[in-house]
Design a protein around this ligand. Structure first.
Ligand code: AMP
Length: 498
């Protein structure tokens, strides 16, 4: 196995700056790169492109955001160019390159890149993934494509329907192979690989080289060249990592605080917030919405259309906080992501590396902020620190007011100044929460809000001692004065007691 880790230094001891022209890429590809505004190859491109052009197998370790898609797509397009033709006959356009990815979003993204890089050529490409109608995919496959991007399950559906033939595949890419294994795709991968000619070029990319990945590589790669742009499991130096210690019931408030603080500091509010579970993901998105932050959840139970709409909304800036589970967020290409927040510490330390790889891309700087609950997350955090071989600095949430006590005091002070308090005393209103009047940053309560779905705060550390009715009252008066009288009437159907 050959290993290449860095471009060769020149005689002056400096690393030679490479250009896309120096790889001998076709003028049509260079034109597409110039349309994209790419001027210089990224390190993974500098290493992968010449090796793939030579037809060698590759085992590549590259974090997301390093430009690895162009690292494999450009040389594949170059190698297929002699076969490009404008014939209308499907027989003249068999699948020659197959790119497999673990998620629908990544498949769509890889396809989008391939289509851009090949746009001035006669090579055809398409993408197939589950969760959407098969018929348009079948039509595209039957017309014939040289480059097919697919998720494993849907590809096998098409194979079964005989809408695709893989017997002429010359190049196979396994993108984010570690995640494909994590998601249980190994049997599907084996079935697909059995359908391919044994004589082919195979490129395997993975953020980490676990023992399983090495086993997979040993089965399917022939004398691969190993390419690493950064130590596997390492994190990007451009990303400022911080951990904030928060009590369990205050995590949602902490995320709101961090997002609002960033906005106050003039930093971008746009952020991906990672949550470990689908239900937690929806719950947090709803909570952020109620706090006046444009948020949307993206997880595996959302339909493909919903996921695409959310992603488009995020990319166009109408959504500030993309609340996501790992599977949904894997490989999403969101340029210039300024901030990632871990609402939950991930169960797997490797997921931490992936998550924070969403920021600090292409040389930009970014923030990776993690909420940490002492007692719950210590072991997970220490696993992460072991994996990334550094300790993550602990931060302080300046001005954090998890129970809203401070803003209630500010509110009361304002009312006192306006003479409201005297009036309130006169009509016995003193103890009653003023449901539609609270500090500017908080939202007006809407009866449609679901108090169970987004428990906003725990009034005390001993939340387990809080009676259910008090919880509901606390939820209904979220961010406002805690009611001293039952608010059950607001829920409907419960007799009002004054
Ligand atoms: P990837 O790691 O392939 O998902 O790429 C991350 C981002 O970098 C994508 O938005 C690419 O369009 C962009 N990119 C890839 N290669 C280059 C390059 N050579 N110059 C500038 N941007 C690039």
């Amino acid at each position: 196995m050959t290993t290449t880790t860095a471009p060769e230094p020149n005689t002056a001891g400096q690393t030679a700056v490479q250009t896309f022209e120096s790889f001998g890429l076709d003028a049509r590809i260079l034109r597409a790169l110039s349309d994209q505004g790419y001027t210089t190859p990224t390190p993974i491109q500098a290493q992968a492109i010449p090796v793939v052009l030579l037809g060698k197998d590759v085992m590549g370790a590259a974090q997301t955001g390093t430009g690895k898609t162009a690292g494999f797509a450009l040389p594949i397009i170059q190698r297929l160019l002699p076969l490009a033709n404008a014939s209308a006959s499907p027989a003249r356009h068999p699948v020659r390159a197959l790119m497999l990815t673990p998620t629908r979003e990544l498949a769509d993204q890889v396809y989008d890149n391939v289509a851009r890089y090949a746009k001035h050529t006669d090579l055809r490409s398409t993408v197939v993934f589950g969760g959407v109608d098969m018929n348009p995919q079948t039509d595209a496959l039957r017309r014939g494509v040289e480059i097919l991007v697919a998720t494993p399950g849907r590809l096998l559906d098409h194979v079964q329907q005989k809408s695709v033939n893989l017997s002429q595949v010359q190049m196979l890419v396994l993108d984010e192979a570690d995640r494909m294994l994590d998601m249980g795709f190994l049997p599907d991968l084996q079935r697909i690989i059995n359908l391919l000619p044994a004589q082919r070029q195979t490129l395997l990319f993975s953020a980490t080289f676990s023992a399983e990945i090495k086993r997979l590589a040993a089965s399917y790669l022939k004398q691969p060249v190993t390419i690493e742009v950064a130590r596997s499991n390492s994190t990007n130096e451009n990303v400022r990592q911080t951990v904030y210690q928060v009590e369990d019931g205050h995590k949602q408030a902490a995320v709101v605080h961090l997002l609002k603080q960033r906005a106050e500091q003039g930093l971008s509010r746009q952020c991906i917030v990672f949550v470990n579970s689908k239900i937690g993901c929806s719950r947090l998105a709803r909570h952020l919405e109620r706090e006046g932050i444009n948020a949307s959840a993206i997880h595996g139970d959302k339909t493909q259309t919903e996921r695409m709409q959310t992603l488009d909304g995020f990319k166009s800036g109408t959504i500030d906080a993309l609340v996501a589970t790992d599977v949904a967020a894997r490989g999403l290409d969101i340029p210039d992501m300024p901030c990632v927040i871990n609402f939950d510490v991930p169960y797997s330390a490797e997921d931490y590396v992936h998550r924070i790889g969403r920021t600090g891309r292409a040389g930009a700087s970014g923030d990776a902020l993690s909420i940490f609950v002492p007692g719950n997350d210590e072991r997970l955090l220490s696993d992460i620190e072991k994996l990334i071989k550094r300790s993550i600095p602990r931060g302080k949430l300046e001005g954090f007011d998890p129970t809203g006590e401070k803003s209630r005091q500010d509110d009361a002070e304002r009312r006192r100044q306006r003479g409201d308090l005297r009036r309130a005393r006169g009509n016995g209103d003193e103890e009653r929460p003023r449901r539609h009047e609270h500090s500017g940053s908080r939202q007006v309560f809407r009866p449609s809000d679901d108090p169970f779905f987004s428990r906003p705060y725990e009034p005390s550390a001993s939340s387990s001692q809080v009676k259910p009715s008090e919880e509901i009252a606390a939820a209904l008066s979220r961010g406002r004065q805690a009611p001293k009288r039952p608010v059950a009437a607001l829920l409907g159907g419960v007799p009002r007691k004054s």
